[in-house]
Design a protein around this ligand. Structure first.
Ligand SMILES: [Zn+2]
Length: 233
């Protein structure tokens, strides 16, 4: 068997093919896969003390700051809701936080009022690397009062895109690392859409935290991302 493999290798490596392999390898070295960091919703309202605080949400900030130095391309997504947004329990008389209703035919969890446009709560976490805040590419989502947008790519009813896909393509990015808040909602939705769009995706769990309305929501979300093809580390 070893001899057969050796013969096959010798047959494959004709001078012409060897030249082709060298050219391909050179092209790969000149243009390695472009990597981008996607920071999902690391905003004041999702940190402890915020309107929709995620437990330990603040702990992702220093991890992301360290990580951001390793990427040439950094994108941030931000919930950016109008004051009467459909995801707020306060927008639905008689409903309370945690209730589930149908919005546009889709189940919508009702949340406290959070990340209202131009409010302090909607700002990116103050502790983030200033270069991320001022130099990153920011994607606003959930801007239509009639529909929520967990994913950084599409609103929940998938009728409209945020533009993130096109921006990543324009920059030649095809290998994404996705982190942020919260694992079981916006990180999960962003990761699943990225995979469906054909990106390679890595999820760094040390830079994510979950809401965990049920205690295992975060673990289930990570399992779903892994099953869909994400590298979860
Ligand atoms: Zn929201």
């Amino acid at each position: 068997m070893v001899v057969k493999q050796a013969v096959v290798c010798r047959l494959l490596l004709t001078p012409e093919l060897l030249t082709d392999y060298c050219l391909l390898f050179t092209a790969y070295c000149l243009e390695p896969p472009m990597k981008a960091l996607i920071i999902v919703d690391v905003q004041n309202d999702f940190l402890p003390g915020g309107a929709l605080a995620v437990a330990e949400g603040d702990l992702v900030v220093p991890v992301i700051n360290q990580l951001s130095r390793e990427f040439d391309l950094v994108f941030t997504t931000q919930d950016w809701h109008p004051a009467n947004h459909c995801s707020f329990a306060a927008s639905h008389p008689g409903k309370k936080i945690g209730d589930r209703i149908l919005v546009g035919g889709q189940e919508q969890v009702l949340w406290p009022v959070h990340c209202v446009q131009n409010s302090f709560g909607a700002e990116l976490a103050a502790g983030l690397n200033p270069q991320v805040i001022s130099g990153g590419v920011h994607i606003s989502k959930g801007t239509d009062e009639r529909v929520d947008s967990y994913s950084g790519f599409f609103e929940n009813q998938r009728k409209r895109a945020t533009g993130l896909n096109e921006l990543l393509r324009q920059h030649g990015a095809d290998d994404l690392t996705i982190v942020g808040l919260a694992t079981d909602y916006c990180v999960k939705a962003t990761v699943l859409d990225a995979l469906e769009l054909g990106f390679a995706v890595t999820v760094l769990t040390k830079a994510c935290r979950a809401v965990n309305l049920s205690s295992d929501d975060g673990a289930k979300a990570l399992a779903a991302m892994r099953t869909a093809g994400a590298k979860v580390v």
